[in-house]
Write a protein that binds this ligand. Sequence first.
Ligand SMILES: Nc1ncnc2c1ncn2[C@@H]1O[C@H](COP(=O)(O)OP(=O)(O)O)[C@@H](O)[C@H]1O
Ligand SMILES: [Mg+2]
Length: 575
Amino acid sequence: MKPTAPEQEVQRLRRSVRDLVALSTLPAIWRNYDLHQIADNIAATLLSMLSADFVHVWVPGQSDEPPIEVLHSALPDGIATLDAIRGGWGEIWRDGPFPSVGMLTLADDAGSFHFASAPIGFERQAMLIAGSRQAGFPDETQRLLLAVAANEATVTLARRRAEGDERRFAALVERSSDFIAYAGMDAAPHYINPAGLKLVGLTDLDEALSLRIYDFLTPETRDRVRDELLPIVLRRGRWVGELTFQHFRTGEVLPFLVDWFRIDHPRTGKPMNLATVSRDLRAQKKSESDLRILNETLEHRVLTRTAELGETNSKLLAEIEDHARADAKLQLLQSELFHAARLSVAGQMAGALAHELNQPLTAAANSIHAARRLLHWEPPPLVDLVPTVMNDAADQILRAGQIIRRMRELSTRGETDMRNESIVTMVDEASALALIGPEAIGIDVKFLYDPAATHALANRIQIQQVLTNLMRNAVEAMAGESSRTLDVCTARVDGDTIEITVSDNGPGLSPEIREHLFEPFVSSKRNGMGLGLSICRSIVEAHGGRLFGEQRESGGAVFRFTLAALPVNGELHAA
Ligand SMILES: Nc1ncnc2c1ncn2[C@@H]1O[C@H](COP(=O)(O)OP(=O)(O)O)[C@@H](O)[C@H]1O
Ligand SMILES: [Mg+2]
């Protein structure tokens, strides 16, 4: 029995409802499918539901994946490629009624072929196309089924994409080395990423769930966070700054750059969570402090070096000043000495002797000439006068002798203004003068001071003149030697006497020279005056001392002179 029209209509509706229900259960089946399997499933399901000749599902590939192309059954005759049936639907969908199922009919020799398509995806990136030679394809039910299938696919696709994004974001958070967490509005943590847990010394999230945000902080920062900072996050939505966390196991203080923000409910806008992305600043702090230490060390080194340089500089300046002072002193000494020399017996004797002696000696010579003439006078009554004339000559010669004696006395008298003088100072200054000049270069000079002979009663300038003369003679005597040594020694020879010795390793004193050593004008030198030693002896004797020179046993000459000693502390003797 053939069903009646109303019965047919009821059957058709029933089938439609069944198909719609079947379609709506598809997403549950798709849960474990990949996109290709889903496309395949849609195509197969629709092919039978729509009794179509073909169903094609196309999903563009993401990034560089190839697109998904599924075709169930076969393309109509005359259409070679899937590309050919995909073009141009955009316009049709836009202009078509809702749900956006587009329709197109192509006519060929075999009759008409009807196409129906629906976009998949919120951006209509994918599509679903069915085709049939049935007249009136797609009818209203078929359009509805197509639209519902496309909707289910759209939702699933969107969810897949969202899930993919979510998974990627979750992976980002899970793998981040920062402390990433969110808490409820009661400040109880809901989630902390693995790096965050590890940073603060928690083994898993369960451990964190019973805690509060404050527990992660060092005790002294907790009040500030509760009373000041979290209210700022709630009020303004965000706070960024440095805070110190504390390791739950070791108690280590962990400096963090904390970014706290509020997450609001997407619909109601009500604050839902407090979240943070916080960065461990230990490495940064360490390199900062390393840098600071480096800087400080460097600064310290620069300071030390600068100080050292400053010290060296001032030492140098002091040395330069010392040198300048020594130079000035030397100059003063030199001029004193030259002055003294000019005034002293040397100068006087050299000039005055010639002048003074000239007169009596000329007179004596004249008298002797006269006597000789008187002796030969003819007739000879004048012979009686000869003894008188000869007496005159003798007087003049005696006068010459007196002049010499007087000059020698003059050389020392009145000059011997004696004081308590330091022997070291006198020797020091005298040697500075004596060792001037190229002939003194390379001489090994040794001083040997007796600590028991530090001071003497002396006219400093005169004694220095003695010392300078003796050292100068020694320098000059050693001129031909390859190695030259000058020794100056002091010694306390007895309670009252100091002996000063100047010795050299020159040729020494031969017996002939030694005999006349202290006589004036005795010199073995081409330009020598031969006055030095005679003046020295006068000076030493005026000081109450003695000067003599002798051949040294080891070769060379040695000159010794004595002075009256003074107590070491420099007190003047009662004498
Ligand atoms: N250290 C000495 N070594 C050798 N001969 C010396 C030494 N000192 C002095 N004489 C001798 O004594 C001489 C006299 O010395 P001096 O009276 O100082 O006069 P001058 O140095 O002008 O010759 C010198 O020419 C030299 O022959
Ligand atoms: Mg001399």
